[in-house]
Design a protein around this ligand. Structure first.
Ligand code: XMP
Length: 511
């Protein structure tokens, strides 16, 4: 792999993704990992990420110079560039010219990394200190107003670095810069493709699971759908999926799982229709936290009993989980191992139902999961689906949940989704909750008559990771079509309002 050494800023995951977009496999490791341990992983190259520290503060994480002796190509970015310069005997100083944001870069000597790129180009910078002298043996290839040495390289040793951030979209030629390092300096082969990932995972799953039976809970979301499809590709009918229909899904979603997904994969599926049970448990409950607890509890109970039946019938030993790489990195376990066996109680299953986990998406980012899903032939409605909360429409009805209110919200939500898709905006918008203010009524007029209906809230947001979000500036024409259609087609709704709150201070969901 290419190891991306994380110096603690938010950029390491982005760098790892960009490397993979160049069809080279990458993994993230913490900067605290000893060089010997990094080398033990046989890295094809190492990328040192940006980070918040100043190289000459006392607790600044440095780079062990041994890294540069190992014959492994190394690319330093921003802080990693400065740490590299320092470790190799160059000079980093405060120039008094802080650069933040879009900055003009002047290529003074293209070398390998900046070859065939414009001599003047905009790049994204974020630094106070700057490299003022390159280490011995390095050629300085670019400068900016605040960075006398904005890029350097010693291609004979496979070493290079840049002060700017090639991984961000604000550096238009950033991906070219990364590719030139990977292919022209480090001489790597682009062999990480969707097809190769599928082949590797299928082999790994077979090796892990052997002849044993495997269980998977399908939620209707992308991750569990792709994880299950991979396992099914590997072990066929040894896999049984359980889909608990809690009755809180949106229009058409249960059918997508029960019909389209099964048709595409041939997966063995047990559907538990538990809608009545969830509605009964939720009757009269208005408190959001209580709703979430009830839905979570009922889900575990229903899944447990279905799992028990399947497990007894088939002798299940393994449970598929759709854990993604960002979760693995964020929980500190960025080892990238394909199948980590850990006997923990998934989502609160009891001890006597503890299975060994199979996590085929553990090394993957969300966009890669989608690409694999497409390659496996899953329906676009599932692969391209926006994130949807486990408690479903239960937390998008403000007030108590009942069948009638669910039907109203489903109808309104369906219109919003259809119009978003028709406008070609599915990929631009992170998520588009529609929320029913079920306990609020407002007066309206329709035809000749007064109406006294409910408002729905449109909550389209853009986001990178759902940790923060901005309200989406949907075109007025799209909003107008949604509003007109909802008030025409859903008789109980006579008002459509738009949520223009970012997160923070709002959350994406209303409950
Ligand atoms: P909030 O509302 O906290 O949501 O901004 C952040 C993201 O998480 C989703 N979400 C959930 N997902 N179970 C889930 O699986 C939940 O209980 C849950 N609550 C919120 C939300 O849709 C958004 O993508």
């Amino acid at each position: 792999p290419v190891l991306v050494v994380d110096f603690g800023a938010q950029y390491a995951q982005l760098i790892a993704r960009r490397v993979r977009e160049a069809n080279v496999y990458s993994e993230i490791v913490p900067h605290s990992m000893p060089v010997a341990e990094m080398l033990a992983r046989n890295p094809a190259a190492v990328v040192l990420s940006g980070g918040p520290a100043s190289v000459y503060s006392d607790d600044a994480p440095g780079v062990d110079p041994a890294l540069f002796e190992a014959g492994v190509p190394v690319f330093g970015i921003c802080y990693g560039f400065q740490a590299m310069a320092t470790a190799l005997g160059g000079t980093v100083a405060e120039t008094g010219r802080r650069e933040f944001g879009g900055t003009a870069l002047t290529v003074t000597d293209p070398g390998a990394v900046l070859a065939d790129l414009p001599a003047e180009q905009p790049v994204w910078m974020s630094h106070n200190d700057a490299v003022t002298e390159a280490p011995d043996g390095f050629t300085v290839t670019a400068r900016s107003a605040g960075a006398p040495v904005a890029a350097f390289e010693d291609t004979a040793r496979g070493l290079a670095g840049v002060q700017f951030h090639p991984e961000v979209g604000h550096t238009p030629h950033g991906q070219d810069v990364l590719r030139r390092f990977l292919f022209d300096v480090a001489k790597l082969t682009p062999n990480w493709t969707t097809g190769s990932v599928i082949d590797d995972q299928v082999a790994a799953i077979r090796a892990t699971v052997g002849d044993s039976a495997v269980l998977c809970a399908l939620s209707g979301g992308v991750d569990s759908a792709v994880a299950a499809a991979l396992v099914q590709r590997a072990v066929g009918d040894q896999l049984t999926c359980v889909f608990v229909d809690h009755g809180l899904l949106r229009a058409g979603e249960a059918e997508q799982v029960e019909r389209d997904y099964v048709a595409a994969t041939g997966i063995k599926l047990v559907v538990v229709d538990a809608a009545d049970r969830f509605l009964t448990a939720l009757a009269g409950v208005t408190d959001p936290e209580q709703k979430r607890k009830i839905i979570g509890r009922e889900f575990i109970r229903v899944f447990e009993s279905a799992a028990r039946e399947v497990a007894t019938a088939e002798g299940v030993e393994y449970l598929v989980q759709g854990t993604l790489y960002p979760d693995v990195v964020e929980s500190g376990g960025g080892t990238g191992t394909a199948n980590i066996k850990s006997h923990h109680n998934v989502g609160g299953l009891p001890d006597d139902l503890a299975f060994t986990l199979v996590e085929p998406l553990r090394t993957l980012f969300k966009d890669e999961v989608r690409a694999i899903g497409r390659e496996l032939g899953l329906p676009e409605e599932i692969v391209g689906r926006h994130p949807f909360p486990g408690p479903g429409l239960g937390i998008r009805i403000i007030g108590a949940v009942d069948a009638e209110r669910l039907a109203i919200l489903r109808a309104a939500d369906k219109v919003a989704r259809e119009e978003l898709t028709a406008a070609g905006l599915d990929a631009t918008i992170w998520q588009f909750p529609v929320v029913l203010l079920a306990d609020v009524r407002s007066v309206g007029v329709q035809g000749d008559g007064r109406t006294y209906g409910h408002p729905v809230v449109l909550r389209p947001v853009v986001s990178e990771d759902a940790m923060t979000a901005d309200w989406a500036r949907l075109p007025y024409e799209v909003l107008e079509r949604i509003s007109t259609r909802i008030t025409n087609e859903v008789p109980e709704v006579n008002r459509v309002v738009l949520d223009v709150t970012s997160k923070p201070p709002g959350t994406i969901e209303w409950e």
